[in-house]
Write a protein that binds this ligand. Structure first.
Ligand SMILES: *Cc1c(COP(=O)(O)O)cnc(C)c1O
Length: 420
């Protein structure tokens, strides 16, 4: 690799996915230049095609009213089914294991209603220590809901003193010590803060060996890493679609339930009519009869406009191919890492793992002797990144729309700011 703009441009020239950048709206700086947008881990950019997907539904609603449920170009009644295959491909699941519904934290609660069934002896939940706040609140509130004090029921899988990353052997130690008392392992597949990606299959095997249920939050993993959910054996997983999946602010979330639970009607669940047998749903007078698979957890008829935006984005993923994206992502983030190391600035350290298999596209850069001012300068210089107190910049080059040139310009601008 070379630390030159020429080299970065060459990489873009040779990138078979380069045309996808043209399919996105790239926000511009006040001077009219495209921003260096490295914040797809927070909110993905808008595909240019999204508008026409939404317009189709608006037109069908205008022209058809309620008849759109059956007569729209993409009928609204089964609309979520149009997303299933592409979504399943992105997370590595069977179609029956996947559904788009609700939002992330809601789905996490619904999954815990079914899969966190504490008993007197087995009632604890393990999460990674720096889990995203919403996940922690959800888990703590589930514990309290069952009359369990989180100070007793919540176990944190922590990095060791003086380290930033969680070690698998420390999770093994927790399981060896307390496995019999643990009901649920609930881990973020890719940590939002450090960018560390955990080995889903290994964690699942470990949890199952100790008789625990294992679930993952893929908010920072979906559309980023290749989670192979089915093969991992995980019991359930949840994710949002507005980060790497580019479906727009607050858009719907996704949910995975492993096929081994598909036909288990004994599982407790909070039910709604959209999870009921499709053949009798509109007869309205039947006892609840759960659909097999993940669909059986749906509650409401979904917001079609949000679904349409997700469909627009998933069509791009299907076109690009998740494996191709992951391959490019490794090179793109590898280049970012190379350039940052080449700065040879002692104030900078990367807390994300160096092994590409243990991370997605994001690098979390710790900058010593600095504060939020530095990040503000970076924003002023046309770089959209993310600041986490006390001293971490998170940058996430997304392989669908970020270029090697983006990465090069980011590091150059960072260098200039650090010099002044
Ligand atoms: C982004 C994110 C959330 C946000 O939850 P919503 O319910 O979509 O608001 C929750 N958990 C994780 C790990 C996240 O990264």
């Amino acid at each position: 690799m070379e630390n030159t703009l020429t080299y970065a441009k060459e990489q873009d020239q040779n990138d078979s996915l380069r045309s996808f950048r043209e399919k996105f709206h790239i926000p511009t700086h006040t001077n009219g230049d495209p921003l260096i947008y490295l914040c797809g881990n927070s909110l993905g950019l808008q595909p240019k095609s999204t508008a026409s997907y939404l317009q189709q539904e608006l037109d069908d609603w205008a022209a058809l009213g309620v008849e759109g449920h059956t007569d729209a170009k993409h009928p609204w009644m089964p609309y979520h089914e149009f997303l299933t295959q592409a979504m399943a491909d992105v997370v590595g699941a069977k179609p029956q294991e996947v559904v788009i519904m609700n939002t992330l934290t809601t789905n996490l609660h619904l999954m815990m209603v079914s899969f966190y069934r504490p008993t007197k002896a087995r009632y604890k939940i393990v999460i990674e220590s720096d889990a995203f706040p919403s996940d922690k609140y959800a888990v703590e509130s589930q514990l309290r809901f069952h009359g369990i004090d989180p100070s007793d029921g919540l176990i944190l899988w922590k990095p060791r003193q003086g380290e930033d990353l969680c070690r698998f052997e420390d999770l093994e130690a927790i399981m060896n010590e307390q496995g019999d008392a643990i009901a649920l392992l609930m881990i973020g597949s890719t940590n939002y803060y450090t960018g560390q990606s955990f080995p889903l299959q290994k964690i699942t095997e470990l949890g199952h060996k100790h008789g625990c249920i294992v679930g993952f939050d893929l908010a920072h993993g979906v559309g980023n890493i290749v989670p192979n959910l089915h093969e991992s054996g995980a019991d359930f997983a949840v994710w949002c679609t507005y980060k790497y999946l580019n479906s727009g602010p607050g858009s719907l979330g996704g949910c995975f339930v492993h096929e081994r639970h598909a036909d288990n009607k004994e599982l407790q669940r909070f039910a709604g009519w959209w999870g009921h047998n499709k053949h009798t749903r509109f007869n309205m007078r039947h006892e609840f009869d759960a659909l097999p698979g993940a669909e059986g957890w749906q509650l409401s008829n979904p917001p079609i406009l949000s679904m349409a935006a997700i469909r627009a984005s998933l069509d791009l993923f299907a076109e690009a191919g998740i494996m191709n994206l992951r391959e490019k992502s490794k090179r793109l983030t590898g280049y970012l890492e190379f350039l940052l190391n080449d700065l040879q600035d002692e104030r900078i350290s990367i807390i994300t793992p160096t092994n590409p298999e243990e991370r997605g596209c994001q690098l979390s850069i710790q900058v010593a002797e600095t504060d939020k001012q530095m990040h503000a300068k970076l924003t002023g210089a046309g770089v959209i990144s993310d600041w986490r107190e006390p001293d971490v910049i998170r940058v996430a080059p997304a392989p669908l729309y970020n270029s090697f040139e983006d990465v090069y310009h980011f590091v150059t601008r960072l260098k200039n700011i650090l010099r002044t």
